[in-house]
Design a protein around this ligand. Structure first.
Ligand code: GTP
Ligand code: MG
Length: 201
């Protein structure tokens, strides 16, 4: 899919104030610092579209980016940010879970996982929660440029094995690097297929 244009539209603290025009949207979620904002920049080909930082906790709001005047990419704050106060963690949980549960135009969510790490409890719990609520998601492994291809294959295999302890079937899985742009086309093609199905429904 070709990205003709991509621009920032609006930031919100509640799903209730998010755009109400019914354009289909795709959200990016995952631990703080996993690379959500960087992935949005990589997919759109605009390095400075979403704000990134090496310090976790950069994205604090629900950020809508409008793509090709037709659909939205949504950058969300990360979870599991150790330095966040209890209060801000609770407010995160409320506003993100409300968003995920009630946002009708949300087509699917990409759950980002740092390919270098062993499966983390917080990610598994989050994905299990999505499953239990019927929130569709796929998995995007990030930062794969930081691993050799054999180390990456090992990590991916171990992750699949872990997921199969919980589920009979795996969600779609994408392997990416925002640094090298690896995995850009498969993610964009997946979005395109969903958009086509949405339009013809
Ligand atoms: P929060 O908004 O804080 O939740 O973080 P985030 O998930 O949006 O992460 P962000 O995109 O800001 O990236 C965090 C750090 O990881 C930055 O220093 C990025 O440059 C780096 N990073 C992100 N993706 C990649 C990648 O694919 N490869 C490499 N090498 N670094 C990456
Ligand atoms: Mg971010």
């Amino acid at each position: 899919m070709k990205i003709e244009n991509a621009s920032f539209l609006i930031s919100n603290t509640t799903f209730k104030k998010c755009p109400q025009d019914g354009r289909p949207e795709f959200a990016f979620i995952g631990r703080s610092n996993v690379g959500k904002s960087s992935l949005i920049n990589m997919l759109t080909g605009k390095k400075k579209l979403a704000k990134t930082s090496s310090t976790p906790g950069k994205t604090q709001l629900i950020n809508h980016f409008i793509i090709n005047d037709e659909w939205y990419l949504v950058d969300l704050p990360g979870y599991g940010f150790a330095k966040a106060s209890k209060k801000s963690r609770q407010s995160w949980e409320i506003f993100i879970t409300e968003y995920l549960l009630h946002r009708e135009s949300l087509m699917t969510t990409f759950v980002l996982i740092d390919a270098r790490l062993a499966p983390q409890k917080i990610d598994l719990e989050f994905m299990n929660w999505c499953g239990s609520k019927g929130i569709p998601f796929s998995i995007v492994f990030t930062k794969t440029d930081k691993l050799s291809s054999s180390a990456l294959q090992k990590k991916l295999l171990a992750y699949r094995k872990e997921l199969l302890k919980f589920w009979d079937e795996l969600p779609p899985i994408f392997v990416t690097s925002s640094a090298s742009k690896f995995g850009r086309e498969p993610v964009l093609n997946y979005i395109e297929d969903i958009l086509k199905a949405f339009k013809s429904a």
